[in-house]
Design a protein around this ligand. Structure first.
Ligand code: SAM
Ligand code: SF4
Length: 332
């Protein structure tokens, strides 16, 4: 599709929309949600599937061509397949993916594929049941592993595994994840811990730099770089020098920010546009949408909002202020 891209005031082409469809989740990953009762958004504040589809059509008409459905946990929202289907059919959508904790995939992965989902990213931070339970607050590693197999069987290739690596918590399992990539042919992506947690537990010392993880893996399973498909790709990708299947990627937003090539924009479950994960302002498109705005009005609002996209995040600056909303609300 040759639709010109939305462009921000720093000259970046914005092609990638992340759509959070719920702030709720059945897990309580300590780096994302606290274990105590969360205050959920009232259901009436959450965009309906019809509203999400209408907004997405407008985003796509303006040049967005990659969509990722996320949350919270997108599979706790009822019949997510009924959203995936219409999103897949919007002319101009070239890539449709979803990020999930994998818990509900067995029995539904095929239906998601049939509905038009092209790719799945499954989050999993530990390979041992005890540590998994400690990280997520749920003793459900077996379900997630089974969900990964279900995604592979459904042909949602390449299945990606997101693993947030935290020093002193799970950094001893990196080799095990590399072995998983080799054995299952999946793409494992190690993500640096970001200050987006509700419990405010983030400390710089807990960030495990992607380069350190790579060195550990490379010492046992030598890696060779894979050329990125595009500059805006968040992961630095590597494959195994011995030709084993699978891939390893590193998403290093703290130690190697990639803001200069960012092509992303986010729509929260309650209808706010966020121009950066770390924004301290949100742009309320729901008010317009529910106030009877025309498609042209909404398009104008999107164009003006994209122009305001921040040049970069400030995690590494002394004046950094953690956003009020967490990953589970923003949509990772
Ligand atoms: N519930 C789904 C899941 O866990 O895959 C989708 C939403 S979750 C917010 C999206 C991604 O954000 C997950 O891969 C998760 O590991 C990541 N994430 C959440 N909080 C994070 C943090 N503080 N730092 C880095 N990644 C984080
Ligand atoms: Fe839920 Fe995903 Fe956040 Fe974990 S990372 S608490 S699975 S939204």
């Amino acid at each position: 599709m040759n639709q010109p891209a939305l462009t921000d005031s720093h000259g970046r082409a914005i092609r990638d929309l992340r759509i959070s469809i719920t702030d709720r989740c059945n897990f309580r990953c300590f780096y994302c949600m606290p274990t105590e009762a969360m205050e959920w958004q009232p259901k009436t504040e959450i965009l309906t599937y019809e509203e999400i589809i209408r907004l997405t059509e407008i985003f796509v008409s303006l040049g967005i061509n990659k969509l990722r459905v996320t949350g919270g946990e997108p599979m706790v929202r009822r019949d997510v397949e009924e959203l995936i289907g219409p999103l897949a059919q919007i002319p101009g959508v070239e890539d449709l993916a979803m990020t999930t904790n994998g818990h509900f995939l067995r029995g539904r992965a095929e239906g998601l594929k049939k509905a038009g989902l092209q790719r799945l990213t499954i989050s999993m931070d530990s390979l041992t049941p005890e540590r998994f339970a400690l990280l997520t607050g749920r003793n459900e590693l077996h379900r997630v592993l089974d969900g990964i197999d279900a995604a592979i069987e459904a042909g949602l290739h390449p299945v990606k595994i997101n693993s947030v690596t935290i020093r002193g918590v799970n950094d001893d399992q990196s080799l095990g994840f590399a072995e998983m990539a080799r054995n299952k042919g999946v793409h494992v992506r190690f993500i640096e811990f970001m200050p987006l947690d509700n419990g405010k537990v983030w400390r710089r010392e807990m960030v495990m730099p992607g380069d350190e993880v790579r060195a550990k893996i490379n010492a046992v399973y030598p890696l060779v770089p894979v050329a990125s498909a595009s500059l805006s790709e968040t992961a630095r990708r590597w494959k195994f020098a011995d030709g084993a299947p699978g891939e390893i990627g590193f998403i290093n937003p703290v130690t190697q920010p990639f803001c200069g090539h960012c092509s992303r924009i986010r729509l929260t479950a309650d209808g706010m546009i966020r121009t950066c994960l770390f924004s301290n302002v949100e742009h309320n498109i729901k008010r317009l949408l529910r106030g009877g705005a025309s498609d042209d009005d909404l398009a104008e609002f999107i164009i003006a909002t994209v122009e305001k996209k921040e040049a970069r995040h400030h995690i590494n600056d002394p004046e950094f202020v953690q956003p009020l909303r967490t990953m589970s609300c923003i949509g990772g």
